[in-house]
Write a protein that binds this ligand. Structure first.
Ligand code: NDP
Length: 515
């Protein structure tokens, strides 16, 4: 995929300012080299104005309350479902991913949107908590009001599902959102914004109503994202690489803007002696190769117990050998969206082979940009880059381990900690509990991402904070605690007029309860 920044002939409009011309960039289909679209390059001033406009919209949106937002988010959901094929087609053109993968992404994203809007009131609405013995004369409640304006920066690999993990939950919680999609998927990002706007207009009963800028989309390159971090948003939700996350955090630090950071991973799979080897091999190959391996929670390393290693590898080789990349909608997976990333895969492959790894499927000739054919390597040295760095391509490493302890040790020996999977008939959950990461699928892969009630996020270089589920809703709110006095206490202690008797009673109570 290439970008061409244009000035004289390439122009578009600013968000909200119908006739102001701005520079644009072009987007090319990585499968065909054809032009897919042209999008504005929004500068710092444009981003600041978008955040400013969002302020009023945020108040209006918050005042709608949970029921009002639920109704409008349901309208958006219906629109996304009815336009699913169009969204999927554009996604395929921008990223190169097969049509069904694109559709599946929309389906799961819509499911999250539904869960977030249906559960927001239960999770975030004011609720009473026990005030405790010392403060027995108080009523204590907690609620979770929205921040106001949330900035969302998204990657290109799952351009609907991934940003929706922040957008849907931030909106359901009552925030307005300014979204900066990746420069590789601006069209999909803008389509999300347009469909939301359309849903609001339909609700207002007028196709010409300018609507409220509750969800705005700004497009451009890294500088546009950097401008969003500095534009005075109340929270910034970033999904992307660890290297960019460091820059995002530095920019957010300038205004003490809180940030949610979702970065890459180096997800391990552990295959136990009693695992269903067919299911494990199927999951390892799909988890590693789907979307050309460009999945933050894709399987990159397998640790298989020695006793079943040969049988497992035989099944992996059989399956991986049958998987084919291609430009056609029915291909198993598409090209590398960022074509230059093929060189990263080639580099890791060379490094692993030089250090003695055994190629079981594919080899150096498998990297033929924009495509990379399935690669399976065995006995890969643990200090090779294929093990230590995120590959983000269709390459799977499989290493044998003597026992579960060693599998867990190696699985955890990474600076990342996003997801993991375990195949085991009897001790899957026990192994899962020993893994240092945010999510684990037992006897499956990636399944946790499609359960809206489950939180999603990592540790270490994979980031911090959570999208999805109750934690994901709270992530876009500030907890507010309120106490209300029900009756005056006969012996006040939080007063300069407190008596010695009141203090004796207080200390006596503490001794009786905690001494
Ligand atoms: P990048 O880090 O390159 O970019 C992510 C986003 O940040 C893009 O929108 C990018 O804009 C923007 N950006 C770039 N520079 C800056 C900056 N200085 N300030 C603010 N924003 C900036 O990641 P990719 O898009 O290449 O995405 C792939 C990465 O994302 C992988 O590491 C993958 O594992 C991770 N990921 C993590 C997920 C998770 O949930 N944990 C889910 C999906 C992916 P532009 O594209 O215009 O440069």
């Amino acid at each position: 995929m290439t970008h061409v920044e244009t000035s004289a002939n390439g122009s578009d409009t600013r968000p909200g300012d119908g006739d102001v011309r701005v520079d644009t960039f072009e987007l090319i289909d990585p499968r065909t080299g054809e032009l897919v679209g042209r999008h504005p390059v929004h500068r710092a001033g444009d981003v600041e104005r978008a955040v400013e406009r969002a302020r009023d919209a945020a108040r209006w949106w918050a005042d709608l309350g949970f029921a009002g937002r639920r109704k409008r988010l349901a309208a958006w959901r219906r629109l996304l479902v009815s336009r699913m094929d169009e969204i999927a087609e554009l996604m395929s053109a921008e990223t190169g991913k097969p049509a069904d993968d694109a559709r599946m992404e929309v389906v799961v994203a819509v499911d999250h949107l539904a869960w977030a809007s249906r559960n927001a009131e239960r999770v975030l609405g004011r609720r009473r908590v026990h005030a405790g013995l010392l403060m027995g004369n108080q009523t204590a409640t907690v609620s979770y009001p929205p921040f106001g304006v949330v900035g969302v920066i998204g990657p290109w690999n799952y351009p609907v599902f991934t940003p929706m993990g922040s957008i849907a939950y931030a909106l359901a919680a009552g925030n307005a959102v300014v979204f900066k999609p990746s420069e590789y998927t601006p069209g999909v990002g803008r389509l999300l914004g347009q469909t939301f706007e359309q849903a609001l207009r339909a609700d207002a009963g007028s196709a010409t109503d300018p609507g409220r800028p509750v969800l705005q989309v700004v497009t451009g390159f890294g500088e546009t994202g950097a401008a969003l971090c500095r534009a005075g948003v109340d929270k910034l939700a970033f999904t992307g690489s660890t290297a960019t996350a460091r820059r995002v955090l530095a920019a957010c630090a300038e205004n003490l803007t809180p940030a949610l950071i979702e970065c890459g991973g180096k997800d391990p799979m552990i295959v136990d002696v009693d695992a269903d080897l067919n299911a494990a091999a199927d999951a390892a190959v799909w988890g590693a190769m789907a979307n050309a391996g460009q999945t933050c929670i894709g399987v990159e390393r397998v640790y298989v117990l020695e006793a079943v290693a040969d049988d497992f590898l035989e099944r992996v080789v059989e399956r991986a050998s049958a998987v084919r990349p291609g430009a056609e909608p029915t291909a198993d997976f598409g090209p590398m969206t960022m074509v230059e990333r093929a060189e990263v895969v080639a580099g890791q492959l060379r490094d692993a082979l030089d250090r003695g790894a055994r190629p079981l499927v594919g080899g150096t000739a498998s990297v033929r940009p924009p495509f990379v054919e399935p690669l399976v390597l065995a006995e890969v040295p643990e200090d090779s880059t294929a093990i230590t760095q995120e590959t983000f391509g269709p390459m799977l490493t499989v290493n044998r381990v003597p026992d579960v302890d060693e599998a867990v040790r190696r699985a955890n020996a990474t600076s990342y900690g996003l997801g993991a999977s375990v195949f085991s008939a009897r001790r899957g959950e026990a192994i899962a509990a020993r893994l240092r990461c945010g999510m684990v699928a037992v006897n499956g892969v990636v399944t946790f991402a499609a359960v809206p009630a489950l939180p999603f996020g990592g540790v270490g270089d994979s980031g911090f904070g959570r999208i999805h589920g109750e934690d994901g809703l709270r992530e876009f709110t500030r907890a507010q605690a309120v106490t209300r006095q029900r009756f005056a206490t006969p012996m006040p202690v939080m007063s300069f007029s407190r008596s010695a008797r009141a203090m004796r009673a207080l200390v006596g109570l503490a001794r009786a309860r905690h001494g």
